[in-house]
Design a protein around this ligand. Structure first.
Ligand code: AMP
Length: 217
């Protein structure tokens, strides 16, 4: 299946996309991960994106769309993909659909994770990430087996700069202004499926499985 995971930062999109893709073999396409890799590799797009990301702002549309268009042509996307954190503006959504037409791919559904502000702040401030495999952990909700160390890679986890308190609030504001309009955009097109983003990881996984089962019937 080809899916979009839509929702505010801290909705659990990354965690759930990772688990779903591990289970199904679909490609996990996270623009945040792609951008962080570009920043770490000091590529041209990475250099451009860095200051926007640190300020909790959105990176320019054309830069992100080009990255996604290239990524969707990689062989692992043929079986299915989950777009996590993209599109984030109506312009990106329009550019995405043009790209999908050109690639002769179709979107099956948009899963929208409706999440309360308290949940968002709690999740983001306790989030820790693996710099190698991009797995998400949480100090209390999803702790690693050994404190501070990735279960899979054995490397030290880190806290993203943009998960610090000031930037968290900015990111929520940016989401509400620029990304939330996509809820109506996809609802009008009949492709939106709303889920409760406040659920714990395992309950959230079950809700996604049920939604996908319903969609394929
Ligand atoms: P995320 O990992 O999805 O929370 O994204 C981290 C940061 O990367 C965001 O706060 C933005 O600065 C940037 N970013 C990720 N995806 C997009 C996107 N689709 N459009 C613009 N900026 C993005």
């Amino acid at each position: 299946m080809n899916l979009i995971f839509l929702g505010p930062p801290g909705a659990g999109k990354g965690t759930q996309a990772g688990r779903l893709c591990d289970d199904t073999g679909w490609a996990n396409v996270s623009t945040g991960d792609l951008l962080r890799e570009a920043v770490a590799d000091k590529t041209d797009p990475g250099r451009k994106a860095d200051e926007f990301m640190n300020a909790g702002k959105l990176v320019p549309d054309d830069l992100v769309v080009e990255m996604v268009a290239r990524r969707l042509q990689e062989p692992d996307c043929a079986k299915g993909f989950v777009l996590d954190g993209f599109p984030r503006t109506v312009v990106q959504a329009e550019m995405l659909h043009k790209t999908l037409d050109e690639l002769k791919k179709k979107l099956d559904a948009v899963l929208y994770f409706n999440t309360g502000r308290d949940t968002i702040v709690k999740r983001l401030s306790g989030r820790r990430m693996c710099p190698k495999c991009n797995a998400n952990y949480h100090l209390t909700n999803i702790p690693p087996k050994v404190e501070g160390v990735c279960d899979r890679c054995g490397v030290e986890l880190y806290q993203r700069d943009d998960d610090k308190p000031d930037t968290i609030l900015k990111r929520i504001e940016v989401y509400e202004e620029q990304t939330a309009p996509l809820i109506a955009f996809y609802r009008e097109r009949g492709s939106l499926k709303e889920l409760d983003g406040n659920l714990e990881v395992v309950e959230g996984q079950a809700a996604i499985r049920d939604a996908l089962r319903e969609l394929s019937n």
